[in-house]
Write a protein that binds this ligand. Structure first.
Ligand SMILES: O=C(O)c1ccccc1NCC(=O)[C@H](O)[C@H](O)COP(=O)(O)O
Length: 275
């Protein structure tokens, strides 16, 4: 039996879902998710480069298993507003409680504060969580290939399409990328973090992005620290970046984001987009 971090978290997640089902039945969430009229396009926003050629999905994460608490008294609405002012293309909100101290309330508060599309970042193991994401206002969900078998991955992608949610399908290695493409994923999150060791290596995004064919949109995830990391990945053809810790820990998240997107911290946009 596998006993790594991901296996442990997935077991715990299944228990959480079983308990949640007893409080709110899946049919109730489904009706809410399917009845929504306020969808914000997530994939579409990332399919074309932002005004400066860079799209940042700015993450709201209270704590992480590798680093512990990241920002005391984090206010999701205030942080979301800073991110919007700093030029974020979208938000990612960690909703896992046990390991990241997040919640669906965080997602709701962040989304209500801005006009950006929002990704629910969690460990999805059940259709229940996809309906739940829709019912709580998410515009997209994360599907981690390593956590799912091919059957569920396909079903989850189909369910997302039917429910009007976009899916960011996360991979870390070549075989996972092949499975994601085979299942029909368009938006591919390439996680630079090895979920066994928690180490990050930007080379993972550069290597896997080279394997992507027409019509697939790469998003580099994890370990992006500064503008030089963004520029290195841009040279490898990656224009979308999911950034958590760097922004959450920053004393001025708005300026930090601006520096990632524009290459400078002040609020006057450069007249020429960087090349
Ligand atoms: O953040 C972690 O330490 C972590 C550990 C194990 C599984 C997932 C983890 N994070 C979730 C994420 O995918 C990241 O929050 C996201 O990619 C942003 O990463 P970073 O910019 O390095 O905070």
């Amino acid at each position: 039996m596998e006993t790594d971090f991901l296996s442990r978290i997935l077991r715990k997640k299944q228990e959480e879902v079983d308990a949640a089902r007893k409080r709110v039945p899946e049919a109730v969430l489904r009706e809410r998710a399917e009845g929504r009229k306020d969808r914000r396009p997530f994939l579409e926003r990332l399919a074309s480069p932002g005004p400066w050629g860079v799209n940042v999905i700015a993450e709201i994460k209270r704590a992480s298993p590798s680093k512990g608490p990241l920002r005391p008294n984090l206010d999701p609405a205030a942080l979301a507003r800073s991110y919007q002012r700093g030029g974020a293309a979208a938000l990612s909100v960690l909703t896992d409680g046990p390991h990241f101290r997040g919640s669906l309330d965080d997602l709701k508060a962040a989304r209500s504060a801005v006009g950006l599309p929002v990704l629910r970042k969690d460990f999805m193991v059940s259709t229940y969580q996809i309906y739940e994401a829709g019912a709580w206002g998410a515009d997209a969900v994360l599907l981690i290939v390593r956590a799912l078998d091919d059957g569920f991955l396909r079903d989850a992608l189909a369910l997302c399409r039917d429910t009007g949610l976009d899916a960011l399908v996360e991979v870390h290695a070549e075989d996972e990328l092949d499975r994601a493409v085979e299942a029909g994923a368009r938006l591919i999150g390439i996680n630079n973090r090895d979920l066994k060791t928690f180490e990050t290596n930007l080379e993972t995004s550069l290597r896997l992005a080279r394997r992507l064919g027409e019509g697939r949109i790469p998003v580099a995830e994890s370990g992006i620290r500064d503008r030089s990391d963004v520029e290195r990945l841009l040279k490898g053809g990656v224009r979308n970046f999911l950034v958590g810790e760097t922004l959450v820990r920053a004393s001025d998240p708005e300026a930090c984001l601006r520096a990632l997107v524009w290459g400078r911290r002040d609020d006057s946009a450069p007249s020429e987009p960087p090349r």
